[in-house]
Design a protein around this ligand. Structure first.
Ligand SMILES: [Zn+2]
Length: 81
């Protein structure tokens, strides 16, 4: 486990946690579980290491461009105000 730099927004301490992350690009949404991320203890801002972002990007392209089956598919309610 490598240390993260302090939060760029509030200067708080950033600690690694496994989180569920909504990876959204170009109107497409993919929910990724078990993502190692640095989370600011004060404001909750999330930081990702380059290899983690690269992995999520690869999976995104596998699923949306190369038709790989995801582990599961969620149904998400959508509303407007
Ligand atoms: Zn912060």
């Amino acid at each position: 486990m490598t240390a993260y730099a302090d939060c760029t927004y509030c200067g708080g301490e950033v600690a690694e946690k496994k989180i569920e992350y909504d990876y959204r690009r170009a109107q497409r949404l993919m929910v990724v579980s078990n993502v190692p991320a640095g989370v600011c203890r004060q404001c909750g801002e999330k930081y990702f290491k380059p290899d983690v972002l690269k992995r999520m990007d690869e999976i995104y392209h596998d699923i949306f461009d190369r038709q790989r089956e995801p582990e599961r598919t969620l149904t998400i309610p959508a509303v407007s105000l």
